[in-house]
Design a protein around this ligand. Structure first.
Ligand SMILES: [Fe+2]
Ligand SMILES: [Fe+2]
Length: 165
């Protein structure tokens, strides 16, 4: 008998899709930034896109290991253009908040189903979401501090590039 129920399997497959879409979103943001000459942010977002794909694979492997079948979703096209440098990170922050609530909903479902194995598996994602929300929140705060003129953007961009070097 599989460890996960059909319902939990479905929720996890849904989350795989969300993580892959996150990866696509950050990749698109990375390309937009590079096109604007924001090399540091581009690198930062590119790395982040790779992390999101790793999240998707982490869930994929778990679904398979727990006796379910992972579903590979089709590719969804994210937005190509962003109104401003700050908007990129505001969108990213909002996106991470949505992802957190999605993870929390699955956690809730595992408790209802008394699926403590998946509950335990998801704890890594719960902590990860706290980190990611804080990360994007801190970038928005930084932009708020230095301002959105060219010099301010240059400083934050450089800082973001350094953060992944
Ligand atoms: Fe993620
Ligand atoms: Fe994320």
């Amino acid at each position: 008998m599989p460890t996960i129920s059909k319902n939990i399997e479905k929720l996890l497959n849904n989350q795989i899709e969300k993580e892959m879409n996150s990866s696509q979103l950050y990749l698109a943001m990375s390309c937009w930034c590079e096109d604007q000459g924001l090399v540091g942010s581009s690198k930062f977002l590119y790395t982040h896109a790779q992390e999101e794909m790793q999240h998707a694979h982490k869930i994929l492997k778990y679904v398979q290991e727990a006796g379910g079948v992972a579903v590979i979703p089709g590719i969804k096209e994210p937005a190509k253009k962003y109104a401003s440098f700050k908007k990129v990170f505001e969108d990213a922050f909002k996106h991470e908040q949505d992802i957190s609530s999605s993870i929390n909903k699955i956690v809730e479902a595992t408790l209802t189903a008394k699926d403590y194995t998946t509950f335990n598996f998801l704890q890594w994602f719960v902590s990860e979401q706290l980190e990611e929300e804080n990360l994007f929140r801190s970038i928005i705060q930084k932009i708020g501090m230095v301002g959105e003129d060219k010099r301010g953007i240059y400083l934050v961009d450089k800082d973001l590039g350094k953060s992944i070097a």
